[in-house]
Design a protein around this ligand. Structure first.
Ligand SMILES: Cc1cc2nc3c(=O)[nH]c(=O)nc-3n(C[C@H](O)[C@H](O)[C@H](O)COP(=O)(O)O)c2cc1C
Length: 199
């Protein structure tokens, strides 16, 4: 073992962390989410773009509007979780680049084209989703990420009509303390030799 991270933390973040299908009724507080954000905000993105936006779906009315767009048994999972968040990519992230990349404020102009910045927003927000999931685990919570939803319907519901839409939902994530038997069977992972080559 050549890792600097202590073994208990390795277990918490990776080996024993699982994707939860069901949760206890224990609430997830804003303070917990703030602590997660305060940690994972330091993880890197290209040109420090930070396009991830997180919408905490707390009201019963908003949960209802969300569940409508979930596919198959994802609807039941989202209905029952103590907290659900929309993890979205902000297509207007470039407006903040002069502040976030101050030594080269002109990089904002690289993203003048909508298609270019949509691609970059999706790529970097996806990275940040992975960091967020690990942060949730670091807080002693479990995450249940879900991409089984009607993207167009969900985006219209929360971010308005297509013409003025400035963000898209990449992942919906259930959050909470896992219930007993919250897991499906652990699936196999690829071996080192299947993933890593040396040239
Ligand atoms: C980005 C992402 C999207 C996922 N979407 C769904 C989904 O739509 N429905 C579902 O039941 N599980 C979904 N999952 C759960 C995965 O199948 C699960 O995380 C994976 O099999 C690993 O499970 P484990 O953490 O228990 O080992 C998703 C996971 C991720 C990371």
């Amino acid at each position: 073992m050549r890792l600097a991270l202590d073994p208990a933390a390795q277990d918490l973040l990776f080996r024993e962390a699982r994707t939860a299908n069901t949760f206890t009724s224990e609430p997830v507080t804003d303070e917990q989410i703030r602590a997660v954000h305060d940690l994972v905000k330091y993880a890197p993105t290209s040109m420090n773009q930070q396009p991830l936006r997180i919408v905490l779906v707390r009201s019963a009315e908003a949960r209802e509007r969300l569940v409508r767009h979930m596919v198959g048994n994802n609807a039941a999972k989202v209905s029952a979780a103590p907290l659900v968040a929309l993890l979205a990519a902000d297509y207007e992230f470039h407006e903040k680049l002069p502040r976030l990349f101050p030594h080269r404020p002109e990089v904002r102009e690289l993203f003048a084209d909508r298609a270019v910045r949509e691609e970059s927003a999706r790529f970097n927000a996806t990275l940040q989703i992975a960091y967020f999931i690990l942060g949730v685990r670091a807080a002693g919570l479990a995450a249940g990420p879900i991409v089984g939803f009607d993207t167009e319907g969900l985006d219209r519901e929360f971010f308005g009509a297509r013409e003025q839409r400035t963000a898209t939902v990449l992942t919906v994530v259930n959050l909470g303390k896992p219930a007993e038997n919250a897991w499906s069977a652990r699936l196999p992972r690829l071996d080192f030799h299947e993933v890593v080559t040396t040239v």
